[in-house]
Design a protein around this ligand. Structure first.
Ligand code: BV8
Length: 245
């Protein structure tokens, strides 16, 4: 790659190298986090503008929060649902789905609960932390509507508290999505991790489970970067478009 170094700045060299890896890989899997959606105007969790900088996750994102202070729990998730109303996938999402439709991407494993990968047309998506709008009863598990949850209406079947379909801290990840994601990652020869601090277990183990090449695209430096073969620092949407050129 000496010619690349001579002709282009480092960021472009890395984008060109990733483009080359994508074209030569047989099975590519994406693993995404909340940083993938900040360019769609959805805040992430742990960077400066993140949700957990404004509110302690223990007070809203745990089974105890649901049981002990339902009004606070409900208002937090209703606000998150409201912010989804106007959210549309940015160009980087469409790059990933177009690569999938051209046979270049086998699967997307995501920690995101916003549904934007599917909205952008990605089909093989494993939602490891569930989906915000998949409301169900916390007691009998019956599905319910997002509107009922946002209005504070109890379950129509058993009168239990409604909850969003996300995985709260301390809860087990959805078994099928987890198993399918693991299988896809273990069979991959390229894994591209985007927009995640890699702080949340067990999803943060996903990039370590591929024996192929590994890439990390993130807007700020994280110690986790040392585990990857190639690190691109910057905004996900911009980098994906650059790689697609
Ligand atoms: C489990 C709720 C087994 C849903 C979320 C101590 C006490 C209690 C628990 C634990 C503990 N120690 C460890 C645990 C386990 C815990 C855990 O890992 N905690 C960590 C935080 C210490 N995990 C669990 O509880 C999991 N379950 O372990 O079950 C079990 C069960 C019972 C008993 C024993 C074992 C469940 C985890 C589910 C967590 N749910 N939230 C919701 O409200 O949405 S966590 C939250 O973090 C989100 O769900 C999100 O998906 C997840 C990961 O965050 P990221 O996506 O990485 O986002 P983050 O903001 O951190 O990073 C974004 C990055 O992107 C930043 O670096 C930023 O710079 C970058 N970025 C921003 N913009 C861009 C960008 N990069 C590129 N381009 C951009 N434009």
């Amino acid at each position: 790659m000496a010619w690349l170094e001579a002709c282009y700045p480092e960021a472009e060299q890395k984008a060109a190298l990733l483009a080359n890896w994508l074209l030569t890989a047989e099975r590519t899997v994406f693993f995404t986090g909340a940083g993938m959606s900040t360019e769609s105007n959805l805040p992430d969790f742990r960077s400066k503008e993140g949700w957990w900088r404004r509110i302690d996750p223990r007070t809203v994102a745990t089974p105890d929060a649901l049981n002990d202070d339902y009004p606070l729990f409900k208002d937090f998730y209703a606000a998150r649902m409201k912010s989804l109303e106007a959210a549309v996938p940015h160009a980087g999402y469409h790059v990933i789905s177009s690569w999938e439709s051209r046979g270049m991407v086998q699967a997307v494993a995501t920690q995101n609960v916003d549904g934007l990968h599917r909205k952008a047309g990605s089909r093989n998506v494993y939602e490891l932390h569930g989906r915000l709008q998949a409301v169900r009863c916390s007691r009998c598990d019956e599905q319910a509507s997002e509107q009922d949850f946002r209005r504070g209406i109890p379950c129509q079947i058993c009168g239990g508290k409604l909850r969003p379909g996300v995985v709260l801290f301390g809860e087990i990840l959805p078994e099928k999505d987890w198993d399918d994601a693991l299988a896809a990652v273990q069979q991959s020869d390229l894994i591209i991790t985007i927009g995640t601090s890699l702080e949340v277990y067990p999803a943060n183990q996903i990039p370590l489970m591929s024996s192929g090449r590994s890439v990390y695209i993130n807007s700020e430096y994280s110690g986790a970067a040392a585990d990857f073969d190639l690190v691109l620092e910057g905004r996900a949407g911009e980098i994906l478009q650059q790689v697609d050129r």
